[in-house]
Design a protein around this ligand. Structure first.
Ligand code: XMP
Length: 318
């Protein structure tokens, strides 16, 4: 029967037999479960000949880049952190259309990654954390079906750099990937992290992305996510985040009239993200988060809770 330990042992052998003794492998790390588990497997198979590249696109959660990079180093991974925030902000400037934003981010990621990958002497393999559901999804995205949202997790780089592709998690479902990660010692905070979209906070800032807006959203988001953990609700929801809306509304503070931005809290229960129900979070918790955000995050004077299910709404607002 399938056990994560057997999988690790046999995949390590397969990787050692596939990847030549002088070959060098590059892998883009995102801080998510899949790429992290792929990295640990490859690290076990080929050690420092796995070259991880972790790009800060300036669109991650508050303090996420530093925290995750630290975890990778503690795991002994050979990882290079690349702060490319300004490049991403420059590429996003002036864009308000969600798909244009995704494309600008995808393009910039490829530029940055390509540049960093060329710094690795003799790199001839690209590893990817593709899991079985991604394989199915990318087939349907490329098929005749209408693309609702383009995803940038699959494709692009290998053709560009003439690399062979290795995808050690290609046959696994998410729960199996988590078991394998656990067997490899991946820390709990990465192992049980909510899914987070590749384009990051950019698709949670409706309208144009600016560094100032990212900062406002990061603060509100951190209050929501930390609150979920504090109230033991984090594992009750499948995904959660905050959307920064492109509207202002009137409020009062003391005897001053304010005219500031609105955020929407989004939390859903789901099995695979294909369908989702809005999470019935306790009113007391919502009240606590709302107060905290309005009191602590400059520029926000109103918090609303999204009570739409998917379909017909999507989880993200863009
Ligand atoms: P939606 O909004 O389509 O989201 O209901 C379903 C799941 O996919 C994530 N998502 C993305 N992930 N690139 C990604 O890597 C994207 O462009 C993207 N758009 C949505 C979303 O966070 C949710 O988990």
């Amino acid at each position: 029967s399938w056990t994560p330990e057997h999988f690790v042992d046999s995949m390590v052998l397969t990787l050692q037999n596939t990847i030549g003794p002088d070959d060098q492998v590059i892998l883009g790390l995102s801080g998510g479960v899949d790429s992290s588990v792929a990295a640990l497997l490859l690290h076990r198979a080929i050690g420092p000949r796995l070259h991880g590249i972790f790009v800060d696109n300036g669109l991650l959660r508050k303090d996420e880049y530093e925290g995750v990079l630290e975890s990778y180093k503690e795991l002994g991974l050979n990882v290079r952190g690349v702060n490319a925030s300004q490049e991403f902000y420059a590429a996003l400037a002036g864009h308000t259309d969600p798909e244009k934003k995704r494309k600008a981010i995808g393009r910039t990621f490829i530029e940055v990654f390509d540049r960093e990958a060329h710094k690795v002497d003799g790199a001839n393999w690209l590893a990817q954390g593709t899991i079985y559901p991604d394989v199915i999804e990318s087939v349907s995205v490329k098929g005749p079906a209408v693309t609702i949202k383009s995803h940038h997790n699959v494709g692009g780089l290998p053709e560009l750099m003439n690399l062979k592709v290795v995808e050690p998690l290609r046959a696994l479902f998410k729960d199996e990937v988590r078991e394998v990660g656990d067997a490899l010692g991946l820390p709990h905070n990465i192992l049980h992290r909510h899914p987070f979209p590749g384009p990051g906070l950019a698709i949670r800032i409706l309208g144009e992305v600016t560094p100032e807006r990212v900062q406002i959203l990061q603060r509100a988001d951190a209050i929501f996510i930390d609150g979920l953990r504090e109230f033991d609700l984090y594992n009750e929801v499948w995904q959660a985040g905050v959307m920064l809306l492109p509207i202002h509304s009137v409020g009062v503070m003391g005897d001053e009239r304010t005219y500031e931005q609105v955020v929407a809290l989004r939390a859903v229960t789901s099995v695979d993200g294909m369908t989702a129900d809005w999470a019935h979070l306790p009113y007391q918790f919502l009240a606590h988060i709302s107060n905290k955000i309005i009191n602590q995050v400059r520029g926000i004077n109103r918090v609303v809770y999204d009570i739409s299910s998917k379909p017909p709404a999507t989880i993200e607002w863009e």
